[in-house]
Design a protein. Structure first.
Length: 131
């Protein structure tokens, strides 16, 4: 259960409904997921977060699947169960196969392990790696 509960569309203020409507139109869907319903307890945070997500996840130099895979990798590293589920579903909708998922998890696992080792050993950065 969300700490402050979730704001359903029919119970939302006009400001929250406007964000919900934009989410549904942008994502071409007829529902609002629980993340947004929880954030709706603070309409300013809801609007700011949605605007940022909409801008960053919009088409750009990186394709949509790559953006979802990066989001999924960070979510796994941060151990956010909700974000893992949400972005796994989004990545699958954009073409992620089981093989891609397995390879991604191998890279995430290896990166996390080697990051901890480098930090633990306090490895100095090679001069060639510095820009």
């Amino acid at each position: 259960m969300a700490t402050l509960g979730m704001i359903e569309y029919q119970d939302a203020s006009p400001d929250v409904r406007a964000v919900y409507d934009d989410i549904m139109a942008t994502r071409k869907t007829d529902w609002i997921n629980n993340f947004w319903k929880a954030l709706a307890n603070d309409p300013r945070t809801l609007k700011r977060t949605w605007e940022d997500v909409k801008q960053i996840m919009a088409p750009g130099t990186l394709d949509a699947l790559t953006k979802e895979l990066i989001y999924l990798a960070v979510s796994v590293s941060n151990q956010c169960g909700y974000c893992i589920a949400s972005h796994t579903a989004a990545a699958r909708n954009k073409g992620m196969s089981d093989d891609i998922f397995r390879e991604l998890m191998a890279v995430v696992g290896m990166a996390n392990e080697s990051n901890r080792l480098a930090s633990g050993y306090q490895v100095e950065i090679d001069e060639r790696f510095k820009l």
